[in-house]
Design a protein around this ligand. Sequence first.
Ligand SMILES: [Zn+2]
Length: 171
Amino acid sequence: MGSQPQSLRDVLSENDLLWLAGEQAFHSGREFHAAQKYVFNGANATALQGFVTDISSSYSVDIKLLANGDIQYSCECPAGRVELFCSHCVCCALAWLDETFDATDLWTDARAAISEIDEAHNLRSQLRACLQQVDRYELVEIILDWARRDPAHAHELMDSQRLSRFLQHSN
Ligand SMILES: [Zn+2]
Protein backbone atom coordinates (compact mmCIF):
# COMPACT_ATOMS: atom_id res chain seq x y z
CA MET A 1 0.00 0.00 0.00
CA GLY A 2 1.46 3.25 -1.11
CA SER A 3 4.81 1.60 -1.78
CA GLN A 4 4.30 1.48 -5.55
CA PRO A 5 6.14 4.36 -7.25
CA GLN A 6 3.75 6.97 -8.65
CA SER A 7 6.22 9.19 -10.43
CA LEU A 8 9.59 8.93 -12.13
CA ARG A 9 10.80 11.03 -9.20
CA ASP A 10 10.38 7.96 -6.96
CA VAL A 11 12.76 5.87 -9.05
CA LEU A 12 15.19 8.34 -10.65
CA SER A 13 17.04 10.04 -7.83
CA GLU A 14 20.64 10.96 -8.64
CA ASN A 15 21.74 7.86 -6.70
CA ASP A 16 19.38 5.69 -8.75
CA LEU A 17 20.84 7.20 -11.93
CA LEU A 18 24.39 6.58 -10.80
CA TRP A 19 23.49 2.98 -10.02
CA LEU A 20 21.65 2.46 -13.33
CA ALA A 21 24.21 4.12 -15.58
CA GLY A 22 27.52 3.50 -13.86
CA GLU A 23 29.97 6.23 -13.05
CA GLN A 24 31.20 7.04 -16.56
CA ALA A 25 27.81 7.37 -18.27
CA PHE A 26 26.47 9.23 -15.26
CA HIS A 27 29.21 11.85 -15.46
CA SER A 28 28.89 12.29 -19.24
CA GLY A 29 25.14 12.59 -18.83
CA ARG A 30 25.62 15.24 -16.19
CA GLU A 31 27.83 17.19 -18.60
CA PHE A 32 25.22 17.02 -21.39
CA HIS A 33 22.65 18.21 -18.89
CA ALA A 34 24.81 21.10 -17.65
CA ALA A 35 25.51 22.15 -21.24
CA GLN A 36 21.75 21.95 -21.98
CA LYS A 37 22.25 19.57 -24.88
CA TYR A 38 18.68 18.29 -24.66
CA VAL A 39 15.13 19.13 -25.64
CA PHE A 40 11.99 17.41 -24.44
CA ASN A 41 9.56 16.14 -26.97
CA GLY A 42 7.19 15.64 -24.08
CA ALA A 43 7.02 14.61 -20.48
CA ASN A 44 4.61 13.91 -17.69
CA ALA A 45 4.78 12.31 -14.25
CA THR A 46 5.57 8.82 -15.51
CA ALA A 47 7.17 9.21 -18.92
CA LEU A 48 9.54 11.38 -20.85
CA GLN A 49 10.66 11.59 -24.41
CA GLY A 50 13.53 13.78 -25.46
CA PHE A 51 16.52 14.32 -27.72
CA VAL A 52 20.12 14.75 -26.69
CA THR A 53 22.65 16.28 -29.06
CA ASP A 54 25.95 14.51 -28.63
CA ILE A 55 29.17 15.61 -30.37
CA SER A 56 27.92 14.60 -33.81
CA SER A 57 24.36 13.28 -33.61
CA SER A 58 21.05 13.66 -31.84
CA TYR A 59 19.61 10.67 -30.10
CA SER A 60 16.01 10.06 -29.17
CA VAL A 61 15.49 8.95 -25.56
CA ASP A 62 12.40 7.38 -23.96
CA ILE A 63 12.00 6.65 -20.27
CA LYS A 64 8.81 5.30 -18.78
CA LEU A 65 7.63 4.13 -15.38
CA LEU A 66 5.69 0.89 -15.85
CA ALA A 67 2.64 -0.07 -13.78
CA ASN A 68 4.68 -2.70 -11.91
CA GLY A 69 7.21 -0.05 -10.81
CA ASP A 70 9.95 -1.02 -13.28
CA ILE A 71 11.65 1.54 -15.47
CA GLN A 72 11.60 1.04 -19.21
CA TYR A 73 14.17 3.04 -21.16
CA SER A 74 15.60 3.29 -24.62
CA CYS A 75 18.03 5.43 -26.57
CA GLU A 76 19.05 5.29 -30.23
CA CYS A 77 22.79 5.52 -29.51
CA PRO A 78 25.15 2.49 -29.70
CA ALA A 79 25.09 2.01 -25.90
CA GLY A 80 21.32 2.41 -25.81
CA ARG A 81 20.90 -0.18 -28.55
CA VAL A 82 22.47 -2.79 -26.28
CA GLU A 83 20.03 -1.69 -23.56
CA LEU A 84 22.45 0.22 -21.39
CA PHE A 85 21.16 3.17 -19.38
CA CYS A 86 23.41 5.55 -21.33
CA SER A 87 24.60 9.12 -20.77
CA HIS A 88 21.69 10.42 -22.91
CA CYS A 89 19.19 8.72 -20.61
CA VAL A 90 20.99 10.26 -17.63
CA CYS A 91 20.86 13.71 -19.25
CA CYS A 92 17.11 13.49 -19.93
CA ALA A 93 16.39 12.10 -16.46
CA LEU A 94 18.31 14.96 -14.82
CA ALA A 95 16.46 17.47 -17.00
CA TRP A 96 13.18 15.85 -16.00
CA LEU A 97 14.14 16.13 -12.31
CA ASP A 98 14.60 19.91 -12.79
CA GLU A 99 10.93 20.32 -13.63
CA THR A 100 7.69 19.45 -11.92
CA PHE A 101 5.65 17.30 -14.24
CA ASP A 102 2.33 15.86 -13.23
CA ALA A 103 -0.04 13.42 -14.90
CA THR A 104 -1.88 16.18 -16.77
CA ASP A 105 1.15 17.66 -18.51
CA LEU A 106 0.86 17.73 -22.27
CA TRP A 107 3.38 16.48 -24.75
CA THR A 108 4.92 19.17 -26.89
CA ASP A 109 6.65 18.84 -30.20
CA ALA A 110 10.28 19.83 -30.09
CA ARG A 111 11.44 18.28 -33.33
CA ALA A 112 11.73 21.68 -35.00
CA ALA A 113 14.02 22.91 -32.22
CA ILE A 114 16.35 19.95 -32.53
CA SER A 115 16.59 20.23 -36.31
CA GLU A 116 17.66 23.86 -35.89
CA ILE A 117 20.44 22.76 -33.55
CA ASP A 118 21.50 20.13 -36.12
CA GLU A 119 21.46 22.64 -38.97
CA ALA A 120 23.68 25.09 -37.11
CA HIS A 121 26.02 22.24 -36.23
CA ASN A 122 26.22 21.03 -39.85
CA LEU A 123 26.84 24.53 -41.16
CA ARG A 124 29.68 24.97 -38.70
CA SER A 125 31.28 21.66 -39.74
CA GLN A 126 30.97 22.47 -43.44
CA LEU A 127 32.38 25.94 -42.94
CA ARG A 128 35.31 24.59 -40.95
CA ALA A 129 36.10 22.02 -43.66
CA CYS A 130 36.09 24.78 -46.32
CA LEU A 131 38.11 27.32 -44.32
CA GLN A 132 40.78 24.75 -43.54
CA GLN A 133 41.53 24.53 -47.25
CA VAL A 134 41.86 28.27 -47.80
CA ASP A 135 45.35 29.76 -47.57
CA ARG A 136 46.18 32.33 -44.93
CA TYR A 137 46.17 35.41 -47.17
CA GLU A 138 42.79 34.49 -48.64
CA LEU A 139 41.44 33.81 -45.15
CA VAL A 140 42.41 37.32 -44.01
CA GLU A 141 40.62 38.78 -47.03
CA ILE A 142 37.51 36.71 -46.30
CA ILE A 143 37.44 37.93 -42.69
CA LEU A 144 38.01 41.57 -43.72
CA ASP A 145 35.22 41.30 -46.24
CA TRP A 146 32.95 39.86 -43.58
CA ALA A 147 34.03 42.61 -41.13
CA ARG A 148 33.09 45.33 -43.65
CA ARG A 149 29.55 43.96 -43.79
CA ASP A 150 29.29 43.31 -40.06
CA PRO A 151 31.17 46.07 -38.17
CA ALA A 152 29.60 45.20 -34.81
CA HIS A 153 31.00 41.69 -34.86
CA ALA A 154 34.28 42.99 -36.24
CA HIS A 155 34.66 45.20 -33.16
CA GLU A 156 33.86 42.23 -30.98
CA LEU A 157 36.55 40.24 -32.74
CA MET A 158 39.12 43.03 -32.20
CA ASP A 159 38.28 43.07 -28.50
CA SER A 160 38.17 39.33 -28.11
CA GLN A 161 40.39 37.56 -25.59
CA ARG A 162 41.30 35.01 -28.19
CA LEU A 163 42.78 37.53 -30.58
CA SER A 164 44.58 39.57 -27.93
CA ARG A 165 46.14 36.43 -26.46
CA PHE A 166 47.47 35.53 -29.88
CA LEU A 167 48.84 39.06 -30.51
CA GLN A 168 50.69 39.08 -27.18
CA HIS A 169 52.23 35.76 -28.16
CA SER A 170 53.53 36.93 -31.50
CA ASN A 171 55.01 40.19 -30.17
ZN1 LIG B 1 22.21 7.05 -25.58
